[in-house]
Design a protein around this ligand. Structure first.
Ligand SMILES: Cc1cc2nc3c(=O)[nH]c(=O)nc-3n(C[C@H](O)[C@H](O)[C@H](O)COP(=O)(O)O)c2cc1C
Length: 412
């Protein structure tokens, strides 16, 4: 009798039946992958396995020594709650106001360029998932799906992120296209006067769109699913500037050369006024990194500021954004909405940022890892986790609604 037979005869068949449960075998590979993931860290590892090294590093990496990238995450890890108990909370409401409209939770999906390197559907998948979850999605100027394509798949809240091209007529044209497609707000990114030095990309000679050539062939062969999808789908292009003289990626570019030659390093506060002259809706300034600039933005009457160091991808040595929230809220809270961006990996991080004084958060890499790991279903899963994380965290700290969250719940 084999070992299994010995166990069965020792236990008796009926007691074996009472402890053995065979779950349904999951045949769908995407669901099978997701079933093994419980956190953003898990999704990151799956994405790392599935994407070619150059693509994963482009998403995952930061500038220079990646100190600011690490500081963003460490700030959340180091900030502890001050939980209150026995407060008689029946239920928890995580819905909130973002730019005067109801959102299901205080979250906006951040703009990320070249999203199709994570998954062929790219920005379309993320916009659909955001709409289903009831949170705004911000489309990047450097998206790989156009303003119009994204609107055609989503009736949700869409924001458009603006980089200041030297060619201002091009910016004005994009802004008009966003207005024609009922985008709700413009997000002017101001931390990219020049391109940050992302050393992982420098080492790999990474270009966008990615190329398969002598240097990358092995990487491509080691990730056959990604490579086949890349070859089978239409070429990855800078979809908002297709066919334009600025270059649409039909010849692969080194992103640093591209941005340094195309974007205007002389962008100034007066350009916020210029943007207002060509756009009727809300204006958000993304990339504020100190209290003084937050005050200037609030004085100019912008609708929201995003405290952001571009996820540690621009100036290495910029402070962690979570640490800016309380001083900025003290200086300008109530005059402009405050969005905290960088390092958000859990729903409890969202709760911390809001308790510190932010109106909402933005997150970038977390949804790119989800997309790279499991496509659109991955993003749905992530947003579901964060909804549950927020409810659970708020129950455990004794806060029944977003309005109740304040610094008394933090060990500041
Ligand atoms: C791969 C990638 C591409 C990005 N592209 C843009 C962009 O085109 N425009 C922009 O304003 N910010 C861009 N960002 C920055 C994000 O909007 C956001 O500030 C950052 O991801 C927040 O940090 P987190 O990734 O830790 O959430 C990008 C970030 C990543 C990771």
């Amino acid at each position: 009798m084999g070992r299994a037979g010995a166990i069965i005869s020792a236990m008796g068949l009926s007691s074996v039946r009472s402890v053995v449960r065979f779950g349904r075998l999951e045949t769908d590979p995407v669901r099978r992958r997701l079933a093994r993931a419980a956190s953003v860290a898990d999704l990151r590892l799956i994405a790392k396995r599935r994407l070619p090294g150059g693509c994963f590093d482009y998403i995952d990496g930061g500038a220079e020594d990646e100190r600011t990238l690490a500081a963003n995450a460490r700030a959340f890890a180091d900030l502890q709650f001050r939980p209150r108990v026995l407060r008689g909370l029946g239920s928890v409401d995580i819905s909130t106001d973002i730019l005067g409209r109801q959102a299901t939770m205080p979250l906006v999906l951040a703009p990320t360029g070249f999203t199709r390197i994570a998954d062929p559907q790219g920005e379309l998948a993320v916009a659909r998932a955001a709409a289903r979850a009831g949170v705004p999605y911000t489309l990047s100027t450097l998206a790989t799906r156009s303003i119009e394509e994204v609107r055609s798949v989503s009736d949700g809240r869409l924001w458009f992120q603006v980089y200041a091209w030297r060619d201002r007529a091009l910016v004005a044209e994009m802004v008009q296209r966003a207005a024609d497609c009922a985008y709700e707000a413009l997000v002017l990114t101001v931390d990219t006067a020049v391109f940050g030095r992302r050393e992982r990309d420098v080492r790999r000679g990474f270009s966008l769109p990615p190329t398969i050539g002598a240097g990358t062939i092995i990487d491509g062969l080691r990730h056959p699913t990604w490579t086949l999808a890349f070859l089978r789908n239409e070429p990855i292009r800078f979809a908002n500037v297709l066919g334009r003289s600025v270059g649409d990626g039909s010849s692969p570019v080194n992103l640093s050369d591209y941005i340094n030659s195309q974007f205007d390093p002389a962008l100034a506060w007066s350009d916020v006024e210029w943007l207002r002259s060509i756009w009727n809706g809300p204006i958000i300034v993304k990339g504020i990194q100190c209290v003084d600039d937050a005050v200037i933005a609030a004085d100019l009457g912008v609708d929201a500021i995003v405290l952001s160091n571009h996820g540690g991808r621009q100036l290495d040595g910029s402070p962690a954004t979570l640490g800016l929230v309380a001083p900025v809220a003290d200086a300008v809270g109530g005059r402009t909405q405050i969005i905290c961006d960088g390092g958000v990996r859990r729903g409890s991080d969202i709760v911390k940022a809001v308790a510190a004084g932010a109106d909402s958060v933005m997150a970038g890499r977390a949804y790119l890892y989800a997309l790279g790991a499991a496509g659109e279903l991955g993003v749905d899963t992530l947003l579901g986790w964060w909804r549950e994380d927020m409810r659970r965290t708020m129950s455990l700290i004794g806060a029944g609604s977003i309005a109740e969250l304040d610094r008394s719940f933090l060990d500041l």
